[in-house]
Design a protein around this ligand. Sequence first.
Ligand SMILES: C[S@@+](CC[C@H](N)C(=O)[O-])C[C@H]1O[C@@H](n2cnc3c(N)ncnc32)[C@H](O)[C@@H]1O
Length: 258
Amino acid sequence: MVGLVAMADDAQTDLPADPSAPWLELAPHYERARAREDSLDRLVEWPAQRHLLGDITGCSVLDVGCGNGGKLAELVGDGATASVGVDLSGNFLNDPLPGLEFIRGDLSELDSLPGLAGRRFDRILFLQSFGYAKDPVRTLQAARAMLADDGFILLTRTQPIRYAVERSEQNGTSLGEEYFSTAPFSYLSGWNDQITLTKRAYTISDLLNEFGAAGLWVETALEPQLPEDARLRYPHKQAWMNKYLGILIFKLRPLPSQ
Ligand SMILES: C[S@@+](CC[C@H](N)C(=O)[O-])C[C@H]1O[C@@H](n2cnc3c(N)ncnc32)[C@H](O)[C@@H]1O
């Protein structure tokens, strides 16, 4: 089977040659899970991401690691123009709307993807995809170079504390030991019980330092939570958020001097 990484779910391991490979198989499972009415993406993440994007009318959008492109299609439906989704999995929506184009490609090669040469975008999105960049600063620099005047990058990552909580429970260690561990770690994706993802460990400081090194500053940071009605309707999701916190969202702008 393509993309399966066979290892115990609590194993500390080296980073595989291609940590993105499991997505070739995982992509449709992820989209099915995302579409559920109680998915945290629907209840928390996408509403917060959409809020930070604001009025998108007339804006060109590049969605890096766009999944099937459903979020980008919604933005084009709301008035975005000349928009491009890039993803490694190639699991794209059929018949994209006019003004929407998909490119199968690797976000680690953003600076050399033929379909992006010479393009500029008003909004560039990395929604839960940035962690797959082999060289995060290079990928962000490539995105920064494609920003139009007054453009910004919207980037989300899982709270690293979530992974530290999981690992401290699995390994019988403390939160601090795991949060500050630099060893790559593996976990079951949650969207398919057979597929394991392996990530480089990171802290919140690591992220902020990567933004700075790429010549970006944080205009806004959010840690979105469930709205009150969803807390009542989906107490199991609130319990998950109480334990694992959720995601971080950053609105990033280029530093003028770089
Ligand atoms: C958690 S999903 C997020 C999808 C979408 N951005 C969203 O918010 O629903 C991560 C996405 O990153 C993509 N991905 C992983 N590694 C990649 C790479 N090296 N280049 C491009 N896309 C990648 C996966 O195929 C998957 O679609």
